[in-house]
Design a binder for this molecule. Structure first.
Ligand code: HEC
Ligand code: HEC
Length: 506
């Protein structure tokens, strides 16, 4: 009896002590003292991550020559030749957490950046000869920025001209690995997201990234700020007076020429909201927190500044195609929006946007944009009055007016509708058929097929370099060389020159 009593007292004491410890721990857990960070073990000076073993469970289905995507963390460097890879990722879902403490994240990215950018420059200069040679007398629609001459894509070793290359059969080009127009990856595809041009970042320092900068030289990007033309006020020409439209000046600029609905839509297009990596949380790629990004931060003045990101439509991140910002000009005429997602209306586009990389979970944790239907409709309302720049040499049927066009432009038009077969896909008021086509570019190199892509319009095309969804074609001359090979057209040097001159007139 005495024995039991003694033990019961001991038991009671133990229970009391444990309860005490438990409650003091609960109280302590909520305090700053409990937030002493756990150190991430450094595994190498360059990269604190260990190379993760490949965890993809996919089996190789007849694509022996391709490698399976490595399994990696945010911030880790990714191969520039991602076309060589394929397969499944670890998960479709993103996490709002960084793989390390924020201060370490800043440190890690700052340390990685110089080497990454040196490698990016070497890679880009290996692919392109960016000599900043302009076409004499040719300027973008604002009249300020010269248009670059090309092609600037470097020829493969042992090939002396694009004509020699175009004479080879697709199988031969593939077998000898001679195709110079392979896809362009985002320099850091694990973190990915928006990369803004240097000219933009200079006046919008909130968009300066810790990890990566623009990889295409300024000369090969659209003019900044670009002019804005309205379908409703052609007589006014560029309504911006050469300024960037901002939340501070839009009202004055547009009061009295657009409707109240369009005015509200424009305001929303200018209002920054949080994105996956530009926001007020620590899941960010900028040193300071920010309010985020606005539609017109990429589609500046309803056009584009050449900012690029990844298409939100696939996973893993490494399988997502790089896409450069298309213009909003003439969107009113398009039935198909974005390269792959086949979005059917501009208001729908304003709702889905790629702010959270197509990941609604990230949106919930970082702060939803929560754009209501009536608001996105009004954003669409403004979008739908953004016009193409003037093309004074074209008649209502989108044919050159002989008295106004040069001989070369007229010959180029004939090639466009004849031997070049461009009009099979590029026709109508916007020079697009509004379909997606699979150009089957992988016939020319060993690589994962990119699949069908929307026919981007050619009206006003001189204003929106670089070309193709990922901007792999820095000039119109590169675009012509690309289609000459991909469509096996065997155009002569003269025909290609004429075609470029024609495209400049659209
Ligand atoms: C990173 C800069 C960026 C921001 C910010 C941005 N866009 Fe875009 N936009 C893009 C890119 C890149 C594409 C091409 C996507 C694709 O091809 O899949 C695109 C495509 C579009 C298109 C389709 C154009 C076409 O020709 O197919 C529309 C419309 C559009 N954006 C509207 C918006 C609206 C509305 C917002 C704001 C809610 C917005 N964008 C914000 C970069 C941006
Ligand atoms: C089979 C349909 C088809 C034909 C024929 C065709 N194109 Fe295209 N064009 C496309 C598609 C699809 C794209 C977008 C491809 C991409 O982004 O990957 C495109 C894109 C372009 C672009 C880039 C547009 C931009 O905004 O970046 C240019 C320039 C162009 N085409 C010119 C031509 C010329 C010149 C010809 C004739 C020599 C031609 N195309 C023939 C389907 C076609």
């Amino acid at each position: 009896m005495k024995f039991i009593k003694k033990n019961a007292i001991a038991l009671l004491i133990i229970v009391l002590i444990s309860t005490g410890v438990y409650f003091s721990y609960q109280a302590y857990k909520g305090t700053d003292l409990s937030r002493i960070p756990v150190q991430v073990k450094k595994t190498s000076a360059q990269n604190p991550y260990k190379e993760a073993p490949n965890s993809s469970r996919i089996t190789n289905k007849g694509v022996e020559q391709l490698k399976v995507y490595p399994s990696i963390q945010k911030g880790m460097r990714t191969p520039f030749d991602l076309w060589n890879y394929y397969g499944k990722g670890d998960s479709s879902f993103g996490s709002p957490n960084l793989p390390m403490r924020f201060e370490q994240w800043v440190d890690f990215n700052k340390k990685q950046k110089p080497k990454l950018m040196a490698d990016v420059d070497a890679y880009m200069n290996g692919r392109f000869n960016f000599d900043s040679r302009a076409i004499p007398g040719q300027f973008m629609s604002g009249g300020r920025k010269p248009i670059m001459a090309g092609p600037v894509t470097r020829l493969p070793r042992g090939i002396d001209s694009f004509e020699t290359l175009a004479d080879l059969a697709p199988e031969e080009i593939k077998k000898r690995d001679l195709f110079p127009f392979k896809p362009l990856a985002h320099p850091i595809q694990s973190t990915a997201h928006m990369v803004f041009p240097d000219s933009w970042v200079a006046i919008h320092p909130q968009h300066k990234r810790l990890d990566v900068d623009m990889d295409i030289p300024e000369d090969y990007l659209p003019e900044f700020p670009p002019p804005l033309f309205l379908t409703t006020h052609k007589e006014l020409g560029d309504v911006t007076g050469g300024q960037e439209i901002t939340l501070d000046n839009f009202f004055e600029m547009f009061d009295g020429i657009i409707s109240p609905e369009q005015m509200e839509g424009l305001k929303e297009l200018l209002r920054p909201t949080p994105t996956t990596w530009f926001n007020h949380t620590s899941h960010r790629i900028t040193e300071e927190p920010s309010q985020g990004v606005a539609c017109l931060d990429c589609h500046v003045n309803g056009h584009t500044n050449g900012a690029f990101e990844l298409a939100p439509d696939s996973r893993p991140n490494m399988a997502r195609l790089r896409v450069d910002t298309p213009t909003m000009r003439g969107n009113y005429n398009l039935m198909l929006l974005s390269s792959k997602r086949s979005i059917r209306s501009m208001d729908h586009f304003a709702e889905v946007e790629e702010y959270f990389d197509g990941d609604p979970g990230m949106q919930q944790s970082i702060g939803p944009r929560a754009a209501k239907r009536e608001v996105t409709n009004r954003m669409g309302d403004f979008n739908s009055i953004i016009d193409y720049p003037p093309a004074p040499k074209l008649n209502p049927l989108m044919r050159l007016i002989p008295g106004k066009a040069t001989e070369s432009e007229l010959r180029g038009e004939a090639v466009f509708h004849g031997k070049g077969q461009c009009d099979k896909c590029h026709y109508g008021p916007a020079f697009t058929d509004d379909y997606m086509h699979d150009l089957q570019v992988e016939r020319f190199y060993v690589g994962r097929p990119e699949g069908p892509i929307k026919t981007f319009p050619l009206r006003g095309i001189k204003d929106s370099p670089p070309y193709l969804h990922d901007g792999r074609l820095p000039t119109l001359a590169d675009a012509v060389e690309f289609f000459n090979i991909v469509l096996t057209l065997k155009l002569t040097k003269q025909e290609k020159e004429d075609l470029v001159n024609y495209l400049l007139a659209l």
